[in-house]
Design a binder for this molecule. Sequence first.
Ligand code: HEC
Length: 194
Amino acid sequence: MKIHVLTASMSLLFIAACSQPSADAEADAATTNIDYVGDSRSTVLDLKEALSSELQTAMQAAGIGAAIEVCRSLAQPITADISGRDAEKTIRRVALRYRNPANAADELSKSVMEQWIADLDDQQAAKPVVNQTMDSVIVHHPIILGANCLACHGDPDNFHPEVTKALSANYPNDNATGFEVGELRGAFRVEYTN
Ligand code: HEC
């Protein structure tokens, strides 16, 4: 019974691992382009589900340290796979403070995320943002930190020893700790090209 309860709570944690809750990513039809926001949201959900299911499996099979290994080896290929399904659309995750340098933000993503941080500071919701350029449309959806992310992105003093060990082995320059619940963690960036 104890094992059962433990497995269930670990599963809950890892359903969300490497992904994010979308509560704050609701579109505001009045201020954003509804087609791009709606379409990109479905791609975001596909990616979240794919990451979550891989992690859940890893977690159930081998524990929290192994889940970080899975994140390290599979988060990028899973993202590339979802991205590759549509030739005109790519998705990636970006962050101001990142764990994997592959997720570093460019100037556009940085400015969107900095505006969201200002909005959150003003008690405003961070909402999806659509940017149109000459040859592309880029939609950012916010990633807000939830309580179930703290195990790997919260205060390192509270990390399980397996997490500390796996992070220092796999991400020696990790910048993605010290977050608090409700804080901006990053963005899903969906880009449409013609
Ligand atoms: C099991 C530990 C673990 C948990 C729990 C976890 N993450 Fe992560 N997260 C990682 C690892 C490892 C990476 C690096 C993946 C890679 O190499 O691409 C990562 C990367 C990310 C990234 C990409 C940006 C970056 O820093 O490279 C975001 C965004 C992110 N996590 C958000 C979250 C959110 C939101 C939650 C909670 C819903 C969460 N994570 C829960 C381990 C975790």
